[in-house]
Ligand binder design. Structure first.
Ligand SMILES: *Cc1c(COP(=O)(O)O)cnc(C)c1O
Length: 463
């Protein structure tokens, strides 16, 4: 159960406020049982997301002071471009202020109505951006990737046979294949180099380009180094370079493995696409050397991308998340195994077997974690993904009903993780007290961000 202790020491502290249960009950009720709508300063340990929540290093903060805020040609852009080219190897680098803008620019340029985009599993913004173009998002993860108890070391792998079949049957309708490393919506599970090579072969056979959703590329590369045969003696940077060499480009949210609070980019080999995207970028994000970011942000990303390749950092990072998972697992809490790179995922179907998916067991668990313990988690299940079938109108529920405990990078100590584990374990013992929920308001897309819900009345006691 030992893992590498923090490879950093603390220079600045941010006090946390502890609030009463009474106050939390008031906030979560006013929020319509939507955890996105509670004030963050009423939360003790915030595991909503690992996105944009990283602590930056002294080196990155020093870089912030080196911001060159020239409208065009800022020196920070060149540092950023060089870091991306060095690691990812794609010549055309387009900054954006978030990952979803990179997705939107790419898909609005290359997709048309009726197209299909395969992926291992689309992340929610990726799926929404594909569908926004009138295209279809196809999830082709290996079967083990949908089995919360499978111990496959690379559960993020995309099934090359499924891909080959889809590209054969839907010939001409697939402008690109995406591959998400690590597979966020499937539990933060990695994709192996061997699988990426196979996917590349299938893409080449059908003449379709391959793009990575690269948000957690460094964590994925660390798992390759640790788990894939023949990779143990290679550096993270070497592995990353090989991984990206099999692709034609990537979308990236720097808010993950860029170790920054805001930023993203698109990088690619295709000059035509990059030109068309750059024109759109100027229309909606900004000039090509800043793309919606300040010069100082670009500098922080440039430095973050190099720091994230540190093996000491990645051993601690993935070790801290695994430690939280071990504590829960040993107490019998059902979690997705093996534990992924950035989060521990609780299997809400098994945690709350008496609450059907139509009553949002994952969200019920999220609400209870905040109300009872001041912990914020997020549902990755029916509230996020259930959609009515286009033809029958019947609700289609996702296979996995998960609650994600996402661990921000370099932010919380191991003692915080212990507090979270003890809280979840206590709630697991009291799980019979939890009730199902029902939606009272929802938006047409990405409803989980703004939905309002209420708790269902307790079942009348059976005679
Ligand atoms: C976060 C994320 C995105 C979107 O990035 P944003 O910066 O939040 O817009 C896309 N794909 C994956 C896998 C992600 O984790």
């Amino acid at each position: 159960m030992r893992f590498p202790a923090e490879p950093f020491r603390i220079k600045v502290v941010e006090p946390l406020r502890r609030v009463s249960r009474e106050e939390r009950v008031r906030h979560i009720t006013e929020a319509g049982l939507n955890i996105f709508a509670v004030p963050a300063d009423t939360i003790y340990v915030d595991l909503l997301t690992d996105s944009g929540t990283s602590a930056m290093s002294d080196n990155q903060w020093a870089g912030i002071m080196m911001g060159d805020e020239s409208y065009a040609g800022s020196r920070n852009f060149y540092n950023f471009q060089k870091a991306v080219r060095d690691i990812f190897g794609y010549p055309f680098v387009i900054p954006t202020h978030q990952g979803r803008v990179a997705e939107n620019l790419l898909f609005s340029t290359v997709l048309k109505k009726g197209d299909i985009v395969p992926n291992n599993i689309h992340f929610d913004t990726t799926r929404a951006n594909v569908q926004h173009q009138g295209a279809e998002a196809a999830d082709l993860v290996i079967d083990e990737g949908l089995d919360p108890s499978s111990l496959h070391p690379f559960k993020g792998n995309l099934d090359p046979a499924k891909l080959d079949r889809l590209l054969t049957e839907k010939k001409g309708r697939v402008p690109l294949v995406m591959l998400t490393v690590t597979n966020n919506s499937g539990g933060g599970q990695p994709v192996s180099l061997a699988n990426i090579r196979q996917v590349r072969v299938v893409c080449t056979k059908h003449g379709v380009p391959l793009f990575f959703d690269a948000c957690r590329f460094a964590e994925n590369c660390y798992f390759i180094q640790q788990r894939e045969s023949g990779q143990a003696n290679r550096s993270i940077e070497e592995i990353a370079k090989e991984l990206f060499s099999y692709g034609d480009g990537c979308t990236m949210s720097a808010k993950k493995d860029g170790l920054v609070n805001i930023g993203g980019f698109l990088a690619m080999k295709n000059e035509e696409w990059s030109k068309a995207i750059t024109n759109l970028l100027i229309l909606i994000e900004g000039f090509p050397t800043y793309g919606g970011l300040a010069g100082r942000d670009l500098e922080a990303i440039a430095r973050g991308l190099r720091e994230v390749l540190s093996e000491d950092y990645l051993a601690f990072r993935t070790g801290q998340v695994a430690h939280l998972g071990d504590l829960l697992d040993q107490a019998g809490v059902p979690i997705v195994k093996p534990v992924g790179g950035h989060a521990v995922y609780i299997d809400a179907k098994r945690f709350l077997p008496n609450i059907p998916q139509s009553q949002f067991p994952g969200q019920a668990l999220v609400v209870a974690l905040y109300r009872e313990y001041g912990i914020r988690a997020v549902e990755v299940g029916s509230l996020m993904f259930a959609q009515p079938d286009e033809k029958t109108g019947e609700m289609v529920y996702p296979k996995l009903e998960l609650v994600r405990l996402a661990v921000p990078r370099r932010v919380y100590t191991t003692e915080h993780m212990r507090y979270v584990a003890e809280s979840v374990i206590e709630l697991f013992r009291d799980r019979d007290k939890l009730r199902g929920l029902r939606v009272t308001y929802e938006a047409p897309v990405l409803r989980h961000f703004t939905a309002r819900l209420e708790e269902l009345a307790p079942e009348p006691a059976t005679r």
